[in-house]
Design a protein around this ligand. Structure first.
Ligand code: SF4
Length: 447
């Protein structure tokens, strides 16, 4: 919770010496509260006040970083319970489990398969973030060797999963510069596990059953010098998992309960991959920082990534494509020209159907500030003038020889006005993108 100017003022020397450039300590406190000044500008702030102000100013859910460079995953630092209150800041990491019992060939196969879990959706790449290596073999050397192979050959950051501090140290030490997440410290091993995490500078997951046990363990690990912490409430089924994740988020944000102010990790465990997907999606939506799954099948990973993309999209800023004329295929001067809005979901729906039609075409993405056709029309962001301006700007008349424009069926009402404004003949296209191939094959070809 942000400190008020009065909270800050109480921690200042209150001598009004003016050395900070402000007339009074209260004025300085107000500047700090508004983030217009830094605490260091006052040379007389005590160490106690610095610690108190620093702790109070810390985010209610800590930012935790796993991995480095292009593989880095940042989680936590969330500020709201509900996306519409602001936005969710750091997308939940998605991890796929890998067993250290796999032989060399199977491990290479797994790496190749998981490296391919990348998809393009509405013009953006979506992919998993982590591999979670489990010490199923119980063999320290095998665990360490698999960790090294994954660190070198996988495209993702790592979670190392063992309750043995010795095995953890053996696996994590050679790849410490990759900053794997160490999973996990529990009631029995927390001292040794915290020592490994602190020595290697790696983030550490803490697992316990129940709020009090988890809070207690977090405090112990923290006092051992570990700052980067991920918490596991230890619940695996839908009801208890959702309840625990919600409780932790509320405790961190609403009660400012610091011991639970860390991003949580959740495990989706079910025999049926559909059940696993349901569990994982539920935990992802509320409020896991990392979700770990067993499946590496693209048809189960893609919906999970799509759900994440949706929930972590800023509701105030729709995803947009650049407003311009896009060729689809290799269109000639007699190719159809249609327009749609620059809302990514709308644009890519139209583009994929035009591709499916196998008729090379031009799509003019009109700037409607990233809103869909009907929303833009309702808000007067899509009218005959906007369409004409977009056509002029893109120089459409120089690209094709005909003067026929296909417009979305939802704005058929604009056809007369667009014809008047542009001088082009208007063909009213289908309302739904799915009918574009049929329209192009049956209507356009008759033109
Ligand atoms: S320098 Fe510090 S003590 Fe002096 S007026 Fe500013 S805040 Fe107050």
């Amino acid at each position: 919770m942000a400190l008020t100017a009065m909270d800050i003022f109480k921690l200042l020397p209150r001598t009004n010496c003016r050395e900070c450039g402000q007339a009074t300590c209260l004025a300085f406190a107000m500047q700090i509260a508004q983030k217009k000044a830094k605490l260091e500008d006052c040379p007389y702030v005590s160490d106690e006040a610095k610690a108190a102000l620093g702790a109070a100013a810390a985010p209610p859910i800590a930012l935790v970083k796993i991995g480095t460079g292009e593989k880095e995953l940042a989680i936590g630092n969330e500020t709201v319970l509900f996306r519409h209150d602001e936005k969710f800041h750091h997308p939940c990491g998605i991890a796929v489990r890998v067993s250290d019992t796999l032989d060399e060939a199977a491990l290479a196969d797994k790496i190749e398969k998981t490296n391919a879990l990348k998809f393009i959706r509405v013009g953006q790449e979506i992919k998993i973030d982590l591999l979670a290596l489990e010490n199923d073999s119980g063999d320290t050397a095998k665990f360490a060797a698999a960790a090294k192979t994954l660190a070198e050959k996988s495209d993702y950051a790592l979670i190392l999963m063992t309750r043995s501090p010795e095995a953890m140290k053996a696996a994590a030490a050679p790849i410490a510069d990759h900053k794997p997440l160490l999973y996990a410290a529990d009631a029995e091993n927390h001292q040794a596990m915290a020592a490994v995490a602190k020595d290697l500078g790696c983030p550490l997951a803490v697992v316990a059953d129940g709020v009090e046990a988890l809070a207690d363990l977090v405090e112990k690990v923290k006092s051992a010098g570990v700052e980067q912490i991920v918490i596991d409430p230890g619940k695996r089924d839908m009801k208890d998992g959702l309840q625990a994740l919600t409780l932790h988020r509320r405790a961190a944000l609403k009660k400012q309960f610091r011991p639970l102010g860390y991003p949580p990790i959740a495990f989706a465990e079910a025999d049926d991959p559909c059940d696993e997907l349901l569990l994982a999606t539920t935990f992802l939506l509320k409020y896991a920082g990392i979700v770990v799954v067993r499946t590496d099948t693209p048809q189960f990973i893609l919906p999970l990534l799509t759900a994440r993309m949706n929930i972590y999209t800023d509701p105030q800023k729709p995803i947009q494509v650049e407003p311009k004329l896009y060729p689809v295929g290799d269109p000639a001067e007699n190719a159809p020209v249609m327009f749609t809005t620059n809302f990514s979901l709308t644009y890519y729906s139209v583009e994929s159907e035009v591709e499916a039609s196998r008729i090379p075409s031009y799509i003019l993405a009109v700037d409607t500030e990233g809103t869909s056709v009907l929303t833009a029309y309702s808000g007067d962001k899509l009218n005959e003038k906007v369409v004409k301006d977009a056509m002029d700007k893109a120089g459409v008349e120089n690209v094709v020889k005909h003067r026929k424009l296909i417009i979305p069926g939802y704005v058929a009402v604009l056809s007369g006005k667009i014809e008047e404004a542009t001088g082009w003949e208007v063909l009213v296209g289908p309302k739904e993108a799915a009918f574009i191939p049929k329209f192009l094959q049956q209507v356009w070809k008759q033109q």
